[in-house]
Design a protein around this ligand. Sequence first.
Ligand SMILES: [Zn+2]
Length: 130
Amino acid sequence: MASEQSDCAASSEANDLSSLLEDGKNAKHLKCERCGSTILRKGDAVHVKKEIFLPHMKKKSENQAPDDGETLTDFWLVKDMFTFENVGFSNTVENKKFLICADCEVGPIGCQDLADAINLYVALSRVKHE
Ligand SMILES: [Zn+2]
C-alpha cells in the first residue's frame, strides 16, 4: 500500500523562517525572484500565519485557469501600501486584488483582501530575501 507523505517538510521550513525573522519582522529586504527589484525594505513587514489561496506564478503573457494555484500559510503583512518600495496590482478575483512585481510584472506575489483593504500580504515563498 502506498502512503501519502504530507508533513515531512515542516521542520526544515521552521529553520528557514527563523533566519528571516527579527522581532517578528522581516530581517532582510524582500526582492522579486525574477528581476531582483526591491519590494519591501527590511523591518517593514510583520510575519503572519494565514491561509490564503494564490494562483501559481506566471508571466504576464501566459493564461491560466483561476483555480490553478495553491494555499500558502506564511506571509509578510503590511498595513499600508505606501510602505512598499515597489509593487503593482493585477486583476481582482473574488474580492482579492493580487500583488505583482512593479518592474517585470511577475506574480501574484501576494494579495490585498478587499474585505479588509488595509491589510496587504506578501507570500514568503514567492519573494527573495536578501
Ligand atoms: Zn520583478
